[in-house]
Design a protein around this ligand. Sequence first.
Ligand SMILES: *Cc1c(COP(=O)(O)O)cnc(C)c1O
Length: 377
Amino acid sequence: MAAAKDPWLLTPGPLTTSAATKEAMLHDWGSRDAQFIETNARVLRRLLDIAGAAETHVCVPLQGSGTFTVEAALGTLIPPRDGKKDGKALVLINGAYGKRIARILDYAGRSHISLETPEDTPPDLNDLEAALKSDTAITHVVAVYCETTSGILNPIEDIARITAENQRRLIIDAMSAFGALPFDASAIAFDGMMASSNKCLEGVPGMGLAILRRAALEQCQGNAHALSLDLYDQWTAMEKNGQWRFTPPTHVINAFDKALDQFDAEGGAEGRHARYAGNCKILVDGMRGLGFETLLADEVQAPIIVTFKMPADEKFDFQVFYDALGCRGYVIYPGKLTVAPSFRIGCIGQLGASEMQGALKAITDVMKEMGVESGKS
Ligand SMILES: *Cc1c(COP(=O)(O)O)cnc(C)c1O
């Protein structure tokens, strides 16, 4: 686990990473270095395998945080409405990341509409079907797998089935899901899926990855609205010489390769899901024992991040709570809900049962210090 002096990050990212992953960065590599090019190719291959997509899709990486890859994938896959290819997206929104997708499409000048449900409610599948039937201009559906705003699990297989039955293309923001929640290209038809080196794959932050259906990407030349965000150009350039177009995040990729060794050793996405589900259960049971209430019903809670409602007790001061937990070595996260005051505690990263129990003990102590008897909202 991490060096003792680092705090435990119970957040949606950046996350706690293992010592082996961090140690993989203690070198320098040139971008044309044969060993680096080989490591890069291996990482991309491994990511395709994790998605069960090696036969049908390609993996295109991009420098930056996850949002850069979301923005790049949307701009590359969805053509502008210019009388030639005429793209139009339907965005399923139930949180801040869905809203960000709509904002990205606004910036890029892509035609789009949205279907929005409250932050504790998955998208309505009947509404999705009805929208696809009534608006024949829609070419793409864009969905968020785990909406990290609340931690809600959206029904991605059903969304994929309805999208495919209606002959539309699916783009999935699986940033906080890929590597822990089930994802298999043979069960989910999609043109694009975006994730990052950090989050459930437990690499260090700094690059995103898009898994793109090869036959779809081949049609995407000239779609992108920005050179640095053009995944068609990034793909074709990397196919030619194995190199990134612009300065590659060499340390991130070497750390990612090491993180994927640990991912394999843990039993892949199933093993990782089991550890995160264990973390989530310890957290939710323990917090409920202290009176706290979760935003979500257990059936729609993904074992990624949990939203708790703010306690009603006037003696509870979130900033004091946050700072006191930080002093004890546990970093939590403020809420991002529009509906109710809340805070979030993550279950992902290089954390296990003892860290979750340690966090609960710290929370118990801090509540006592504040004179708060119950976390009830
Ligand atoms: C983390 C995350 C992103 C990307 O966020 P960055 O801060 O840009 O890395 C996108 N979508 C979802 C659902 C996420 O959880």
